[in-house]
Write a protein that binds this ligand. Structure first.
Ligand SMILES: [Zn+2]
Ligand SMILES: [Zn+2]
Length: 173
């Protein structure tokens, strides 16, 4: 941290401040890497981890609303980055608004996967670590229709001569 020296005159102080800022700008990326690495090593220390856990817990109860908002924001960023990785839109209808989107298991074994890796945001954490290839995005509408009826009406056309509906692709995608 930059600490102003009270014995320097204002002009020198300003010049120093600028030099410091220029240096930091130049070395920002290197500093960032170094800080990240230092943090990683620190987190391996069980004593630090225990202290940090305690501190986080106490800190949470000092300001639960702010902490909750931070958590929501982090979860949202995580969801956006995961959804973006898988194409960012519903594989059936192309819906792109993230509030409507969810990850779907192409093999349809969502239940066992969730039991293994947790539901909700825990699952997104797991996905971001491993990037499984058997996932796709569906919006809640298409997902629900495929789950309940075995096909999505988006993928259904009606034969105009016979009136018989034809399902183009039962499982969306
Ligand atoms: Zn859809
Ligand atoms: Zn659909």
């Amino acid at each position: 941290m930059f600490k102003p020296n009270p014995h320097l005159d204002a002009v020198t102080r300003e010049a120093n401040r600028r030099r410091g800022a220029a240096w930091r700008e130049k070395h920002r990326e290197r500093e960032r890497v170094r800080a990240r690495e230092a943090q990683r090593i620190k987190r391996l220390d069980p004593v630090y981890r225990e202290q940090n856990k305690k501190y986080q817990k106490e800190n949470y109860w000092k300001n639960p609303e702010i902490k909750k908002a931070e958590q929501r924001r982090r979860n949202r960023m995580l969801r956006i980055s995961v959804l973006t990785h898988y194409g960012g839109k519903c594989g059936c209808c192309g819906e792109m608004r993230m509030e409507f989107l969810a990850l779907d298991h192409i093999n349809g074994d969502g239940r066992s996967q969730r039991q293994k890796h947790g539901a909700g945001i825990g699952f997104y954490n797991y996905v971001k670590k491993h990037w499984p290839t058997d996932l796709r995005i569906l919006c809640h509408n298409c997902n629900q229709a495929i789950g309940l009826y075995g096909y999505c009406p988006h993928k259904m056309i009606v034969n105009i001569e016979t009136g018989v509906p034809i399902i183009l692709n039962p499982t969306g995608g």
